[in-house]
Design a protein around this ligand. Structure first.
Ligand code: ADP
Ligand code: MG
Length: 244
């Protein structure tokens, strides 16, 4: 369903994505791992044009974008296919938990207030936060805020949900509940997900495919067993030794 070919991105002359190609099938969960600075966030941000790629081809379902000549409409179409869960939640601080989830349903999906509320409450229930619908993010724990972020991302029914280290800024006590919500959604909704993570056990449990990135390249990819248990490349082995 997703086809990425020869994606490239440089920042002021430094090539950060060198020639990235991979596929994701419908319903697949892909974990992207790799050292800090290897281009993982830039890759996710290029997929929804938070960063403009310098070259390559992005296809997400029926939307096909040649990044060297993407029109405004192409970019809008592509953005509609994805939603993103950020490391630092990025919730609207002046909106309640429920309003965070319903906002884009009303604004971009054309839901009535009533229907948006119904769907929003169902999603908050799914992430275990129905009782927090009317509170503001500041009163929620990090884990709860991130669960709202996940409900918000799921709400618009995207073709793919992009997660950028969704548990990296959480206190250890909240990591488990957030990972559980992600794996429940992967399973129950058969959602297609691309997840940048440092949680190797989670990647092993939830991912269908693991991609190891280093220095702007995909060094190796395969099943969790192949990449995490039987890495072929020296750089993958070194990285895993440091993290396990
Ligand atoms: P990762 O997520 O794997 O840690 P990033 O994609 O965040 O890596 O960053 C890859 C490289 O690109 C880093 O060297 C980083 O400093 C650089 N970089 C990322 N975003 C920008 C930006 N907006 N401007 C300049 N350099 C950037
Ligand atoms: Mg990053």
């Amino acid at each position: 369903m997703i086809e990425i070919r020869n994606l490239q991105k440089a920042f002021s002359g430094t090539q950060v994505l060198k020639d990235i190609s991979f596929d994701v099938k419908e319903g697949e969960v892909v974990a992207i791992i790799g050292p800090s600075g290897s281009g993982k966030s830039t890759l996710l941000r290029c997929l929804n044009y938070l960063e403009q790629p310098d070259g390559g081809h992005i296809q997400i379902d029926e939307v096909v974008v040649d990044t060297t000549k993407a029109s405004k409409q192409d970019i809008l179409n592509l953005r509609k296919q994805t939603s993103m869960v950020f490391q630092h939640y990025n919730l609207f601080k002046n909106k309640t938990a429920l309003e965070n989830v319903t906002y884009s349903l009303e604004v971009t999906k054309g839901y009535s207030k009533e229907d948006a509320k119904k769907r929003g409450l169902a999603l908050l229930k799914q992430v275990g936060l129905e009782s927090k619908a009317d509170v503001y993010p500041v009163t929620l724990s990090g884990g709860q805020q991130q669960r709202v972020g996940i409900a918000r991302a799921v709400a618009v029914n995207p073709k793919v949900i992009l997660f950028d280290e969704p548990t990296s800024s959480l206190d250890p006590e909240w990591v488990g509940e957030v990972l559980k919500v992600i794996s429940d959604i992967a399973r129950e909704e058969n959602a297609t997900m691309i997840i940048v993570t440092h949680e190797m056990q989670f990647a092993k449990d939830v991912a269908d495919k693991v991609i190891f990135m280093s220095d702007g390249y995909i060094v190796e990819e395969g099943t969790p067993e192949q990449v995490l248990d039987h890495p072929q490349h020296e750089r993958t082995k070194q990285f895993l030794q440091k993290t396990l």
